[in-house]
Design a protein around this ligand. Structure first.
Ligand SMILES: Nc1ncnc2c1ncn2[C@@H]1O[C@H](COP(=O)(O)OP(=O)(O)O)[C@@H](O)[C@H]1O
Ligand SMILES: [Mg+2]
Length: 239
C-alpha cells in the first residue's frame, strides 16, 4: 500500500530540532530541541496549548518548512539535504495532508479532486481515474464521483479530502484538526474511518486539541514551549 517500504528504521526521526524565528531583539524557538522517533503504522496525536509548537512541528514533518538546526530524517532520508524539487517530491509522495477546512477545489468533482495529486507523477489519465475511483470507494464514496464539493455534506467533503490524501499511497497521513469543522456525530464517523485506515497499516499523525479525538490514538505527544513535555502510549478507544 505505501510507496516507501525500503527503510526499516523509523518513518520519522527528529534529532535536536530547532525552528527559530528572529524577532528583532530576541530569538523565539518555536521548536526548542525536539528529538522524536515515529515508527511505521503508529497512530499518534500531537496535543498542547496554543503556541506550543504543534503547527510548526506539522509543517516540518510535512516538508512545508525546514528546520533551523538539527536533523529531520523522513524514511531515512535527511530532509535538510534535499533541494526544492526533492522536497516537492517528498511532499507529494510521502505525505498525505488532511486539513480542518477540507481544502477541496470548489469547481472540481470529487473524482477530479482526488486525481489532482497524481497529475504531477506522469500517470496516464485513465490510470489516474481508476486510482481515484478506487480511493473514493475506500472511503465509502464510490457513488459520489461526479459530485461537486458544495453538493456534499461536511463529512463527505472530509472523506474526499482523506481519499485525495491517500490516493498516492503516502507513508504518512498528516491531519491537522481533521474533525475541527464537523459536528460530533460526523466527527465520530470520520474518526471511525481513520481508525480503519490505521488498522489497514496506515501511519497516522494528527494534531488535535480535543481529548475525545486524541483518545483514538495509541500514542499522545504533548508539546509545551516548543518541546515534548510528555510522550505516552495508551490503549486506544474505538469509535
Ligand atoms: N511565522 C512566524 N513568525 C514568528 N513567530 C511564529 C511564526 N509561526 C509561529 N510562531 C511562534 O511560534 C510558536 C509556536 O507556534 P505554533 O507552532 O503555531 O503553535 P500551535 O500550533 O501549537 O498553536 C508561537 O509562539 C508562535 O507565536
Ligand atoms: Mg496551530
Amino acid at each position: 500500500m505505501n510507496s516507501s517500504t525500503t527503510n526499516e528504521g523509523p518513518v520519522i526521526s527528529l534529532r535536536d530540532v530547532y525552528r527559530t524565528y528572529e524577532m528583532g531583539d530576541y530569538t523565539l524557538n518555536a521548536l526548542n530541541g525536539v528529538s522524536l522517533d515515529i515508527d511505521r503504522n503508529e497512530y499518534l496525536a500531537i496535543v498542547g496549548a496554543s503556541g506550543s509548537g504543534k503547527s510548526t512541528m506539522m509543517n516540518i514533518i510535512g516538508c512545508l518548512d525546514r528546520v533551523t538546526s538539527g536533523d529531520y530524517l523522513l524514511n531515512g532520508r535527511n530532509v535538510g539535504e534535499m533541494n526544492e524539487a526533492e522536497l516537492a517530491t517528498a511532499r507529494n509522495r510521502e505525505i498525505g495532508f488532511v486539513f480542518q477546512s477540507f481544502n477541496l477545489l470548489p469547481r472540481a468533482s470529487a473524482l477530479k479532486n482526488v486525481m489532482q495529486p497524481l497529475v504531477y507523477r506522469g500517470i496516464p489519465r485513465a490510470e489516474r481515474q481508476r486510482m481515484a475511483a478506487e480511493a473514493l470507494e475506500r472511503v465509502g464514496l464510490g457513488d459520489r464521483t461526479d459530485s461537486l464539493p458544495n453538493q456534499m455534506s461536511g463529512g463527505q467533503r472530509q472523506r474526499v479530502a482523506i481519499s485525495r490524501a491517500l490516493v498516492g499511497g503516502p507513508a504518512i497521513l498528516l491531519a491537522d484538526e481533521p474533525t475541527g469543522n464537523l459536528d460530533s456525530k460526523t466527527s465520530s464517523e470520520i474518526m471511525a474511518l481513520i481508525d480503519e485506515l490505521h488498522g489497514q497499516g496506515q501511519t497516522i499523525i494528527m494534531v488535535t486539541h480535543e481529548p475525545d479525538i486524541a483518545a483514538h490514538c495509541e500514542r499522545v505527544i504533548r508539546l509545551a514551549d516548543g518541546n515534548v513535555e510528555s510522550d505516552q502510549r495508551q490503549v486506544r478507544r474505538s469509535a
